[in-house]
Design a protein around this ligand. Sequence first.
Ligand code: NAG
Ligand code: NAG
Length: 512
Amino acid sequence: MKLLILTALLGMSFAQFNPNTKHGRTSIVHLFEWRWADIAAECERYLAPNGFGGVQISPPSESIIVTNPSYPWWQRYQPIGYNLCSRSGNENELRDMITRCNNVGVNIYVDAVINHMCGAGGGEGTHSSCGSYFNANKKDFPTVPYSNWDFNDGKCNTGSGNIENYNDVNQVRNCRLVSLLDLALEKDYVRGKVTGYMNKLIDMGVAGFRVDACKHMWPGDLSGVYGRLHSLNTKWFPSGSKPFIFQEVIDLGGEPITSNQYTGLGRVTEFKYGAKLGTTIRKWNNEKLSYLKNWGEGYGMMPSDKALVFVDNHDNQRGHGAGGGSILTFWDARLYKMAVALMLAHPYGVTRVMSSYRWSRNIVNGQDKNDWMGPPSNGNGSTKPVPINPDSTCGDNWVCEHRWRQIRNMVIFRNVVNGQPFSNWWDNGNNQIAFGRGNRGFIVINNDSGYLDATLNTGMPQGTYCDVISGQKEGSRCTGTQVQVGGDGRAYFKISHTADDPFIAIHANSKL
Ligand SMILES: *[C@@H]1O[C@H](CO)[C@@H](O)[C@H](O)[C@H]1NC(C)=O
Ligand SMILES: *[C@@H]1O[C@H](CO)[C@@H](O)[C@H](O)[C@H]1NC(C)=O
């Protein structure tokens, strides 16, 4: 009991559950593999004006450079040190991005890879993103420096040195994840190097971290790391603000390592969310949208105030990580928009929107042979800039889901309804649903194979509202469908299942 109370207290003092977003902004966007210069521009020209709270960036730390296959995205998850140059840019560009995004109230969250260094087969030389020498065979990373002593191999008891059995907690946390050299995070020296890296970024102005591969680290070690982190830079954040922490723990059930072993330390990525939303919208196992009345904790997910949620992430959108075939992505654009809209309308969790690049898929027996492909690149491997087309979409195979009207407008919807309760649920017992957020917003979705035709209680004040899915309010006019809410809060909705987007959303700021 005493121990429990102590853990709870420690957890509280270190716990960083607040994304520290500004101006009532509530969602984060992952600008996967974007260059720092492009993110800085995007903060100023698009994210701030459209109410995005922050950006998750790709790992800024010095990583191995892999040429076979040719510059895969996962090379950045193989650090060789903590110098700040990567294919997204150098330290000056990183600092400029953090400053410019902060100046327009958009936070930066860093993807921190602290469980491991590069793969054991990473070789020797200076094929690293800042050109530093390393020798993976000898576990020698002089730019940190780490040496043989700083790795867990002595504690791993599998023949291969890799994790072989996910039911063995010691293996999962002390052995190598797919051959990646596993840091001994219980050593004060290693913790010092890791926190030195994270604190440098905090001092530069970042607002928090996505911590990679947390399942593979002991919660006690992570607590030791988080406890040493600085408060946020007071140039942009209130004095004493703690970095936001969201930890990657893939828990779909069935393993001894669970999310709740980490929720005392910070938020945790809720992988059940996208997997389950995918099966429901795809109607697998006879699942129906009407079941979503209990969405969230009622579906066996972690408490809402501990969860970071997303429809897809950079791993499972290409079949890596968890979730399997049910995960919805931009490749299924129509269903995907519906899923993201549902997520952004629902109060559960802190929401993260994915922004991807297109690659040439080559699916053989359900497996994408090109799941390794890196971002749009020049012949020499440098990442291409993100060009913006006149219609505000992105070019050069950058997908920019966050700029799709339906998704961007629902990011704004979430800000408008922030703090309002889940209310006025309706369903037809099948795949037509509707719900509101107090008297500030209402969404109606039709995923049946016929019309939705119903008069529903929206909970909204009387007036004419502009649907922010088929269009939006521009000045005093509406470019989409108009919805009349009567004095009793009720409104008539008719949605064809063949509509471009078979759903409608209105909110307090879309009133005409
Ligand atoms: C790589 O190629 C691009 C486009 O041709 C060029 O702008 C860039 O300077 C090159 N980078 C290096 C390091 O050679
Ligand atoms: C609803 O779900 C199915 C999956 O069964 C999908 O193929 C269909 O396009 C969706 N319907 C609408 C109206 O989007």
